[in-house]
Design a binder for this molecule. Structure first.
Ligand code: MG
Length: 390
C-alpha cells in the first residue's frame, strides 16, 4: 500500500499477539488513516510473515537471531528489512519516520522499547502495562523529557483517559477501576487453589492472550492495572479502588471533587480502545458490536475479595512499598504464571511464589533503569527456585 501524508505511521510491537492482531484489524478497516511501517514479534515468525504480506511494513524485528536468518529472504522479498538480536525491539521502536508506537508486548520485555520511544519524542499507545508497573518513574520522566504522550490501550485506562478529556486532572478525586472478577469470582478458596490451566483460561468476557488471562483469574491483572493507573494519572494508589463488575460493560469510572462520577461504557472488545488510541484525539466510526442496555438490563457491582484473591493484596502492598518492589512483584508473577501454564505448579502457588519472592527482597529506590532490570533478573531467579521447590 502506498503511503500518504494523511496516514498515521505506526510501529506495532507484539504484532502476532492478541493486541497486535486486534490492532491489525483496526488498521485493516481504516487503510486511509493508518499505515504499518514496522512490526515485531518475539517468536511467531510464520504469523509475522503473513501479516507482513498483507501490510507491507518497511521493517520487521524478530528477537530470535536463528529464526531471523531462516526467514530473512522471505521478508526481504516482501520489501521488509529484518532486525534481530537483543536491541531489535528498541531499534524498531525508534525507527525513523514513524509517528506512533503501539506496544502490545507481553511482560517486562516491553519496558525498554517504551522508554526509548518516549525519550525520542515518539508517542506510545501502550497495552504493555508492565512498562509502567516495572519502570513507572522512568517512563514518566522519559515522556516528559521527550515531550511525548502515552495513550493507554488497556480498556480500563482508556476508559479513565476518555473520562478525563476536557477535565482538570486536579479535580480528580478517585478512580474506580472495574474488573470482571474473572472465572473464579464465585469459587471457594480451595477450588481456586487447585484450578486447572483450562479453567483459568476460560475468561467469562474477554478473549486475550494466555498470560493476561491467567492474571485476570488471579486478579493480579487488576493489581498491575492499579499500579499502571497510578503512573498514568498521577494518583496515589489509595485513591484507586477496584470495583468488581461482572458484566464488563463499564470499563472504569472517575470521581471528581464535586462528587460527580463519569464512566465509559462499551462492549468488551479490545478493538474499541485500540482504535481510540490510534486515532486520538479523533473518534472514528466503527461497526464493532454496540452496547444494548435494554438487552443487558442491569449492571452489578461488588467489592473485590482480597482473601480469596491474595495477588491483588500483594500488588497493592508492592505499590505502597514502591522502589524496586513492583518490578519484583511483576517478575515473580511472570515466572509463576509461566510455571502454571506449563502445569508445573497449581494455580494457588502463583500468589505464594510472589509473596515469598517479595518477602526475600529488600526494596530500594532504583538509581536507573539498569538497577530495575537487575531487580527483575534477581526476582526471576528467586521465583524460579521457589517454583521448583514443589
Ligand atoms: Mg485491562
Amino acid at each position: 500500500m502506498r503511503s500518504t501524508s494523511s496516514q498515521k505511521k505506526l510501529i506495532l510491537l507484539g504484532a502476532t499477539g492478541s493486541i497486535g492482531q486486534n490492532c491489525l484489524d483496526v488498521v485493516r478497516r481504516h487503510p486511509e488513516r493508518f499505515r504499518i511501517v514496522g512490526m515485531a514479534s518475539r517468536s511467531r515468525v510464520r504469523e509475522l510473515l503473513s501479516a507482513a504480506a498483507e501490510f507491507h511494513p518497511e521493517v520487521v524485528a524478530i528477537a530470535d537471531p536463528e529464526a531471523a536468518e531462516t526467514w530473512r529472504e522471505q521478508f526481504l522479498a516482501l520489501g521488509a528489512k529484518v532486525l534481530t538480536g537483543t536491541d531489535a525491539l528498541v531499534e524498531i521502536a525508534t525507527w525513523p519516520g514513524a509517528e506512533l508506537v503501539v506496544n502490545g508486548l507481553v511482560g517486562a520485555v516491553g519496558l525498554l522499547p517504551t522508554y526509548h520511544a518516549l525519550r525520542q519524542g515518539r508517542d506510545v499507545a501502550l497495552a504493555n502495562k508492565e512498562s509502567l508497573v516495572v519502570g513507572g518513574a522512568f517512563i514518566a520522566a522519559a515522556a516528559r523529557a521527550g515531550g511525548a504522550s502515552i495513550i493507554p490501550i488497556d480498556s480500563e485506562h482508556s476508559a479513565i483517559f476518555q473520562c478525563l478529556q476536557g477535565e482538570d486532572s486536579g479535580a480528580l478525586r478517585r478512580i474506580l477501576l472495574t474488573g470482571s472478577g474473572g472465572p473464579f469470582r464465585t469459587w471457594p478458596p480451595e477450588r481456586i487453589y487447585q484450578a486447572t490451566v483450562d479453567e483459568a483460561l476460560a475468561h467469562p468476557n474477554w478473549v486475550m492472550g494466555p498470560k493476561i488471562t491467567v492474571d485476570s483469574a488471579s486478579l493480579m491483572n487488576k493489581g498491575l492495572e492499579v499500579i499502571e493507573a497510578h503512573w498514568l494519572f498521577e494518583l496515589p494508589v489509595e485513591r484507586i479502588e477496584v470495583l468488581i463488575h461482572p458484566q464488563s460493560i463499564i470499563h472504569s469510572m472517575v470521581e471528581f471533587e464535586d462528587g460527580s462520577i463519569k464512566a465509559q461504557l462499551g462492549m468488551p472488545d479490545m478493538r474499541v480502545p485500540i482504535q481510540y488510541a490510534l486515532s486520538y484525539p479523533e473518534r472514528l466510526k466503527s461497526d464493532f458490536p454496540k452496547v444494548d442496555l435494554f438487552a443487558i438490563g442491569h449492571l452489578d457491582f461488588e467489592p473485590p475479595d482480597f482473601g480469596r484473591f491474595p495477588a491483588l493484596a500483594l500488588a497493592y502492598a508492592a505499590a505502597r512499598e514502591g522502589g524496586t518492589s513492583p518490578a519484583v512483584l511483576n517478575a515473580a508473577n511472570e515466572v509463576a504464571v509461566h510455571a502454571f501454564l506449563q502445569r508445573r505448579i497449581p494455580f494457588g502457588r502463583i500468589p505464594e511464589i510472589i509473596e515469598r519472592t517479595l518477602a526475600a527482597h529488600t526494596s530500594h529506590e532504583p538509581a536507573d533503569l539498569e538497577d530495575l532490570l537487575e531487580a527483575d533478573r534477581w526476582a526471576r531467579q528467586r521465583a524460579e527456585e521457589f517454583a521448583r521447590e514443589g
